[in-house]
Design a protein around this ligand. Structure first.
Ligand SMILES: NC(=O)c1ccc[n+]([C@@H]2O[C@H](COP(=O)([O-])OP(=O)(O)OC[C@H]3O[C@@H](n4cnc5c(N)ncnc54)[C@H](OP(=O)(O)O)[C@@H]3O)[C@@H](O)[C@H]2O)c1
Length: 254
């Protein structure tokens, strides 16, 4: 806790929102991608939706980072680069990489909820690093937690990107339809991109040693673990030859 009421209550709110998300997602699949259904209100262009949903995490973080007093600390700059490495890509490059059919639309409600969280998350992590994280000084540059966090972040980042690329390659000849993905993390789980995402933010939260980072891990898991379980079930029901020993998201466990 920082002593700043807005920051602290927002942080508590994210943990509560994570619990609510799990409860909702146990009973209903978020209506996008393979689980998209009608009846959730208006839809918007899928690529535009990704940009609108993810860019607040990059831009709001940027604002609160540069307006904080510690923005030029080297340890803070390292964390800034890690964050933007992921979120600049996710906001402004990934939306143009995905293989979607022309005119593809996605549920606006999902985009609005996602964008709201991304903005809150950008505020919490950007302002924590550059304003409240007093331990993120030059001494932190020789703390093993920074390097353990960077290593985990790098591994998760690679796993996430490699897994998403394997999915794109499945649609080389057509922008729609689903096939069984193989190789790399898919040898173990149905959703290695989600596993990579979770590991990425575990690494970041260790490198930053912050409760704001932990809130992101908890919120990410609250969203991605139920989704991974639903997608795994969908794969098993859709493909009779789906590999039997594959788990949903955590190898050998779930
Ligand atoms: N931090 C967070 O809380 C959070 C939340 C959500 C997503 N993400 C990240 O955002 C990225 C995308 O998430 P997502 O939920 O859209 O992942 P996804 O369900 O794995 O889909 C990723 C892309 O691959 C396509 N695809 C999926 N399975 C396929 C298959 N078997 N054959 C061919 N194409 C396939 C999807 O098409 P369709 O759209 O047509 O299904 C989509 O374009 C992931 O890296 C994820 O980790 C993060």
């Amino acid at each position: 806790m920082t002593g700043n009421a807005i920051f602290d209550y927002t942080l508590i709110g994210v943990f509560i929102a994570a619990i609510l998300s799990v409860l909702v997602l146990i009973f209903a699949d978020a209506p996008y991608g393979r689980h998209q259904t009608d009846g959730w209100g208006p839809k918007i262009n899928t690529r535009l939706g990704w940009i609108l949903m993810e860019s607040p995490a990059s831009l709001v973080f940027l604002y609160f980072y540069v307006t904080g007093p510690n923005a030029t600390n080297l340890a803070c700059l390292v964390l800034f680069c890690m964050w933007q490495l992921h979120y600049f890509h996710r906001s402004f490059i990934y939306p143009f990489q995905i293989k979607v059919k022309p005119g593809s639309k996605t549920t606006l409600l999902v985009i609005l909820l996602g964008a709201t969280y991304c903005g809150v998350n950008g505020f919490l992590n950007g302002s924590y690093i550059s304003t409240y994280g007093n331990h993120l000084n030059d001494a932190w540059l020789s703390d093993p937690r920074l390097y353990i966090g960077i290593a985990l972040f790098g591994f998760g980042y690679f796993l996430n990107k490699k897994s998403d690329q394997i999915l794109r390659d499945l649609r080389k000849d057509s922008t729609e339809g689903y096939k069984i993905p193989y190789g790399w993390g898919y040898r173990f789980v149905s959703m290695p991109n989600y596993l990579g995402e979770i590991i990425t933010w575990v690494g970041f939260s260790i490198a930053a040693w912050s409760l704001a980072g932990v809130s992101f891990v908890v919120f990410t898991m609250a969203n991605l673990v139920p989704r991974a379980v639903a997608n795994h079930k969908w794969y098993q029901e859709t493909f009779t030859d789906y590999p039997k020993d594959r788990k949903a998201v955590f190898p050998y466990i779930l």
